[in-house]
Design a protein around this ligand. Structure first.
Ligand code: C5P
Length: 222
């Protein structure tokens, strides 16, 4: 194994991407947002109005989708069939759609292959739902990041408001709960704490406190 890797998993709204981005900056690692890949895939399935009852169509659609990752000013961009879809995938709808299509094996296999390949190209911090349990089982550090449902809903809601999406807090909370249930109970690579993951509850910590905590666990280890 040439490069180092940190895996961050956890439910929606725990702060994974914010925390992972900051750690990536501090350690000079590449941040890989795997949720964005599922969101892009969900967008394409939506656009093509794919019949999710038809396994063959799902399989064929996956083989025809081209997903690439690029970085602009250090920000990960998802390129879907040549189109930069970053500005289209951050809505709560795209999150729901991602969670719907992420249960399918061909979808997961395609993205996991891309994710593992990226981890062989440099030191990475990767966040998602199955990074420690499935994508990078030999990661140098695995973190299971979590927070109370109330905190997580509030954070997601604030984030969506800032992006101009006017949505009810209660609705965000129930959407998050539904998405977590779906992610935790799917058949393939469900959201689960890896046995060797360290649990970090972010409910009562600031972003910087979480970042410091994880970096200190990591530097003691490597
Ligand atoms: O993290 P984010 O909210 O962007 O993820 C969107 C959805 O993509 C998740 O709810 C989950 O269904 C799916 N996902 C996944 N495995 C990952 C990352 C995301 O199944 N590694």
């Amino acid at each position: 194994k040439l490069y180092k890797s940190i895996a961050i998993d956890g439910p929606a709204g725990a702060g994974k991407s914010t925390i992972a981005k900051k750690i990536a900056n501090k350690l000079n690692y590449t941040y890989i947002d795997t949720g964005a890949m599922y969101r892009a895939m969900g967008l394409e399935f939506c656009r093509l109005k794919i019949d999710l009852n038809d396994e063959n169509t799902i399989y064929n659609t996956c083989s025809n989708i081209d997903i690439k990752i690029q970085y602009i000013n250090g920000e990960q961009q998802v390129i879907l069939n040549g189109e930069n879809v970053n500005s289209l995938i951050r809505t709560s709808e795209a999150g729901q759609m991602a969670s719907v299509i992420s249960i399918y094996k061909p979808v997961r296999l395609k993205l996991v292959e891309l994710q593992r390949k990226l981890s062989e190209e440099g030191n990475v911090i990767m966040d998602g739902r199955d990074i420690g349990t499935y994508v990078l089982p030999n990661a140098d550090l695995k973190i299971y990041l979590t927070a109370s449902i109330f905190e997580r809903a509030k954070r997601r809601w604030t984030e969506l408001l800032e992006k101009g999406e006017d949505i009810d807090l209660k609705r965000v909370e129930s959407e998050i709960e539904a998405r977590d249930n779906k992610d935790m109970n799917r058949e393939i690579a469900p959201l689960r704490k890896a046995e060797d993951a360290v649990v970090v509850d972010t409910s009562d910590l600031t972003i910087d406190e979480v970042v410091e905590k994880i970096i200190s666990i990591y530097t003691k280890r490597i």
